[in-house]
Design a protein around this ligand. Structure first.
Ligand code: C2O
Ligand code: CU
Length: 459
């Protein structure tokens, strides 16, 4: 018999047991709830004025579920593949053991049809994260397989509503069916945009919330291409309180740039008057459009944003800038050529490169790392953008801090995905805490799959 105290003790030490690979220990003590993720095809009504979209890819039977877990507690997810092709799951923004990172060929084998794979790790950082396959990514992500993962703080900050928002487009024809996902001309530029803009797989949804309440809106851009610029109307009582999972000095939501892979947590107060609406608008395309609206319902709760507890910082290893090693990483365009037999993650073109090397897809292994780092040593990476396009640069398995740019003032945010503007040079600092091969790529998936990918080895 396991007493309640022992079970509690198990919960405390379960993380270490799982990380150390002692699977038996975790089943004896605290057994984390298993989140089964069934990868499958569905038909789903995305457009209101067209037939259901056929052969979407998802986890489960609608939009991929928002997973909610607690900081510091063991997480277990079983990927069960019911697709007609291999897949994996990558946990975007998580610091975790390399073999749980979900990159086909680099960190794990394909998970084939009817096969399964167990992901087990303990989230160190609280905040808004997300997950997606790292295998045939342009298709699997474009067809739907992007979901949010929320890691809750130990102490509840005190919101009345917590609303995850999966922001993305779908590339559909007027008949509601998928059309060709990319145009090579566009892949060689900013990328190919979707046609249907959605929040939680709906067009401009109106969400009911209590009047006078406090809302935590968790925006996550899971789109393969679009960089949003988000604003609330003047006078809205709202502040960004976290970026890319990590708390920031709160600031107003004014043309907030959010690229593929990025997240913003917004704390906002809903107006007191029943029926009043606040609209979130995107200004990144020539005609602004509504992302979502929040509508006040019922009697005012009369809350005040000052009642929210500030979010605690995450336990990220602090880089030692004085002893950091400098590593330049150059992102550039390249001449088009066709790699042989592109499988699992290549468009069949190479338009882009990291340090002058275009990633040839995953099939050519063994591949060389762009650099070899030491665990626990400090580094300053300089992302050098030699192109006239913005690239959201993402590094797996490590959270880095923005230091400076040659073009603008940067706040010292911790992130896993940084927007690097045309011709910009951005320096970031990092102290990797897990060994392994960590992928690094632009999160515009067409760029990722046409050369702008590399990996770092941490030893
Ligand atoms: Cu969202 Cu390679 O990552
Ligand atoms: Cu890019």
């Amino acid at each position: 018999m396991i007493t309640r105290r022992q079970a509690l003790k198990g919960a405390l030490f379960g993380g270490a047991a799982v990380a150390g690979g002692l699977a038996g220990a975790s089943s004896l003590w605290a057994v984390p709830k298993r989140h089964d993720m069934i990868a499958r095809n569905i038909d789903h009504q995305l457009m209101t004025d067209a037939p259901a979209t056929k052969r979407m890819f998802t986890f489960g039977d609608a939009m991929p579920p928002t997973l909610r877990v607690k900081q510091g507690q063991p997480f277990h997810s079983r990927l069960i593949n019911k697709l007609e092709e291999p897949t994996t799951i990558h946990w975007h923004g998580m610091r975790l053991p390399n073999d749980m990172d979900g990159v086909a060929f680099l960190t794990q084998h394909y998970v084939y049809t009817d096969d399964h794979f167990d992901y087990r790790f303990t989230p160190h950082d609280a905040g808004t994260f997300w997950y997606h396959p790292h295998c045939n990514s342009l298709e699997q992500l474009s067809y739907g397989m992007t979901g949010l993962m929320i890691v809750e703080e130990d102490e509840d900050p005190g919101f009345d509503h917590d609303i995850p928002v999966n922001l993305r487009d779908f590339r559909l024809g007027s008949d509601g069916q998928f059309v060709k996902l990319f145009q090579p001309r566009k892949s060689a530029r900013a990328g190919t945009f979707g046609t249907l803009r959605t929040s939680n797989w709906q067009s401009a949804p109106v969400m009911d919330v209590k009047a006078g309440s406090l809302v935590r809106l968790r925006l996550c851009v899971t789109d393969v291409t679009r960089i949003y610029k988000l604003s609330f109307p003047q006078g809205t009582d709202a502040k960004v309180i976290a970026m890319d999972g990590n708390p920031v000095e709160p600031f107003a939501v004014n043309k907030l740039a959010l690229g593929p892979g990025q997240r913003a947590d917004i704390a906002m107060r809903i107006p007191d008057g029943e029926g009043e609406q606040i609209e979130l608008t995107n200004y990144s395309s020539s005609s602004p459009w509504s992302v979502l609206s929040l509508r006040a319902i019922g009697q005012s709760l009369n809350r005040d944003l000052r009642e929210i507890k500030p979010l605690p910082g995450n336990p990220i290893p602090q880089p030692d800038l004085k002893n950091a090693e400098y590593i330049p990483l150059e992102f550039s365009a390249t001449a088009e050529k066709r790699p042989a037999n592109p499988i699992c993650g290549s468009l069949g073109f190479s338009f882009w490169a990291v340090n002058k090397r275009a990633w040839q897809g995953a099939e050519r292994g063994p591949l060389d790392p762009v650099d070899v780092l030491k665990r626990d040593k400090s580094y300053v990476f300089e992302f050098i953008n030699r192109t006239p396009h913005t690239h959201p640069i993402h590094i797996h398995g490590m959270t880095f801090q923005l230091l400076k740019s040659n073009k603008r003032q940067l706040a010292p945010w911790w992130t896993d995905t940084a927007l690097v503007l045309p011709d910009e040079r951005v320096q970031v600092a990092v102290r990797p805490d897990y060994e392994g091969d960590w992928l690094m790529h632009c999160h515009i998936i067409e760029h990722q799959e046409s050369g702008m990918t590399a990996f770092m080895r941490v030893e």
